[in-house]
Design a protein. Sequence first.
Lengths: 293, 301
Amino acid sequence: MKNQLISYLTQLLDTSANHKGLDWLNKQVEKISSEGTPSKFFLAFSQASRFFKKEKLTLSQDKLAQANELATGFQPEHWDELQTARTVLMLSYPQEKVAWFAAMNQLFETADMHEHQALFAALPLMPFQEDLIPRAIDGLRTNISLVFDAIALNNPFPAKYFPEANWNQMVLKAIFMQRPLYRIQGLEGRRNLALAAIARDFAHERWAAGREVMPEIWRLVAPFVNEMYLEDLKKTLATGDDLQVKAALLTLRESAFTEAKSLLESYPDQVAALDMDAIAWESIGSEFQRTRV
Amino acid sequence: MYIDPHIHVVSRTTDDYEAMQKAGIVAVIEPAFWLGQPRTEVGSFKDYFSTLVGWERFRASQFGIVHYCTMGLNSKEANNEPLAEQVMELLPLYVGKEGVVAIGEIGYDDQTEAEDKFYRLQLELAKEVDLPVLIHTPHRDKRKGTIRSMDVSEEHGLDPKMVIVDHNNEETVKEVLDRGYYAGFTIYPHTKMGSERMVEIVKQYGPERIIVNSAADWGISDPLAVPKTADLMRKSGIPEEHIKLVTYQNALTAFGQSGQMDEQDWLNAAPLDQTKKMSGNSVLRGGQTPRVEGKSNIVEN
């Protein structure tokens, strides 16, 4: 698996025609995998920034599909060249559990901001994933959005492994930091009653402070709509704001609650204009990010 | 545009960052130093070094300022030898990182044996990783300490153009420049230089290899010392190109030798987007609006 990943990631870098960088990387991979001394690995991991830039990767459709086959939910289209090179180095380090954790712990503890980004985004490609759950949870305590995003957004790791309390904390923090929720993998599948209540409390807090509520949060509420949430959705509809109204209608449309259905019927034109759920939520989320955050 | 190539921004407030950005400071270098009292555990050094390349770098970026740093064991704490040995083992983890532009600030404080030992070890480290060196010259017995710093550096074969000798004054500047070093001047009230003396030095010695900084930290100091000194130079008739050299270009040329500092880092940076500040970060915690106007008695919602 590890060799397939290394070869896949190296191919992604190969398209950028950075021959000097690739030569350097191949040499480091050889050294790191054969010698297994952490000092060379640490140095190469840091110095990768001298050979690779933070340019976004460009991927063909084939490569995109291949990524998902290698690791479900792996989305390198959000990665840059530098983190890709660093991931190649990380994967090259011998995966003998005790020594691997000793080296990785040191790397995590001394990483700079972009090194953290590379490490956390690569969680779904790492060995011993279940033992890395506390590391990922701890990583989310950061206040550096770049690092938070590397764990929370476009990463299959949290949805796959986090216990409910930690999952809910992550989603709430993403809301608090106004991160795009549609980029959290598995968001719909892991909705739960507790999270819906947290989202509602947060909305009330924002309203009390006279601040706008991020419309994407109503997506968390949709399966649990009852009398109480219906009041919130009415209030959201009453804002008359395009994004807020769309979000409320999408939430009502998904709900099986009878009164939600009847409320929805009073907005026939707007409902007819709504896209499919996933597309509509993504467009609300990205529009909100673009214009309001 | 100004660069403050020596400032300990971990101890400064967001008000300072705002004022610095408004005054035209585009980049800062934060040399690793002590914290006003000695550390007793190597872990404190590790977390401090990590802050310099992590949170502080991010915090500065929120105010449109590019943050670089230097890594090293300072001379004061070199005197705790068992701890200093452990810090030396830690340094290789940090010196290769992005945005680390020199080994420093290193050199002498009381000019003890232990200080000498760790100064020399770090000169060797700088040679090994091909980074410039930032030398802290002592407050006490300064002239002798400055000369000794240069002698030892030459003994280890370092090229003077790779070395910035900092905290100069009227008594040290001539020899430092004559021997081919960059000469840093710290505009720091009471203990180091004042702006007016700095103007006289640039008048007398010209702008070549002279670098002005604030060394602002947790003491009474001024994060605007560089732009304020530049203004005074302007009023005193020093040519604009000389002002640019001593408050911007010389620092860039000297520390740029690391390959880790490039003008494009700020010239091509995404424009400071105040709304972006609000979203992703927690310098301005969720929902806070960045202050754009002057101070008011009302705390904004």
